[in-house]
Design a protein around this ligand. Sequence first.
Ligand code: 4AD
Ligand code: MG
Length: 433
Amino acid sequence: MPERVYIEELSKHVGEEVTLSGWLYNRRSSGKIHFIQVRDGSGICQCVATINDLGAEAFAAADHLSQETSLQVTGIVREDKRAPGGYELTAKSYRVISGSVDYPITPKEHGVAFLHDQRHLWIRSSKQHAILRVRSEVEQACRDFFYDRGFTLFDAPVFTPTSCEGTTNLFEVDYFGERKAYLTQSGQLYAEAGALALGKVYCFGPTFRAEKSKTRRHLTEFWMVEPEAAYFDLDDDMRLAEDFVSYIVRRVLERRGEELKRLERDTKMLEAAASTPYPRITYDEAIEKLKAKGLEVKWGDDFGGDEETALSSEFDRPVMVHRYPSVCKAFYMKQDPARPEVALCVDVLAPEGHGEIIGGGQREDDFETLKSKILAHHLPLEPFNWYLDLRRYGSVPHAGFGMGIERCVGWITGTHHIRETIPFPRLMERLEP
Ligand code: 4AD
Ligand code: MG
């Protein structure tokens, strides 16, 4: 039996007889030769089949193989610079595993809504496949980065008794008919408890926001990675954020070049983001820049997509905007002692209009101040009692941030709408498939 190999490993098997196990991606024929493209999840390989190699019967049958038929092809690996991926297979035999009649997604153009209805099949297409492989690389890079720096993975709960990021976009769940629970908007409050127990932690999981906004940057369910560290201030936090993002970019450039090429991603923009430091500007400076560009903004406004795009267009790499007005930020943000009207917070804005990929900052560590902030935000005190304990018993300065995986992958892959950066997107108007 020839060895079963994956397409991405073909370079190690030149001249050998191997078996590819996959699905028919595309096919054409010159009459005398069939060119059968097989995909196996790791790549696409062109299998060249002649009547001499296959025999008359199998050769004739190959002319009827339909798209997405599952099959195994055995043949000799050849290096060919012109072939996509650089290698092809001279087929000696093939075996159909299961047929595929009238596959709904053909190489022609399809509408976006149709493709999203077919998401379970659309993920087999080469661009979607490439985006998901980059996503996997980004997630692995997040885990490796924090692991290598001594952060402990600290999983936060999904059911929570209260809100973390404001009450306007909370998903409510009926909890045994007895009380209300909410799907978490962020693991941060729990990660803070983790940081005071374990020093440096990160949580990484799905988070939920009942976003009524239908923008290209909002999902109702998205994945967030959130580091939190004790004895960290805002400057430590910004250094961690730029080290983190530049590490992710380098990892993808090093290991997912093939996928970026398939996505026709201009990697010049990414190369700048692979090195630090990233530019830092204050919110005040950002307001001046926006006014100079003719945008109608005033001090105290939060930034939306338009403002973020205008700001990031001035830089070739992510820009860190720090010290927003306290009024537009969450209750847990620490006020700048030098200027109490601004918070010790930072947003990292990705280039090319991909918007905010990171939000974070230093946390309020004083018991009385935090308590009055909770009340000022019209939040109930009772469910935050445990959180206030963190300020009752050995409070220390601490900071952290959250990065949305889909926003980050959207930027790195150059994908317009982040719904294509998650296997099964959840949006206001989409719960299927
Ligand atoms: O800025 P946000 O709301 O910050 C927090 O949740 C903090 N508690 C994080 C922390 O400090 N530990 O969200 C953080 C990031 C955003 O920068 C964005 O990348 C992403 O989460 N995000 C979304 N991604 C997709 N769809 C949405 N609706 C998102 N809302 C936030
Ligand atoms: Mg934010």
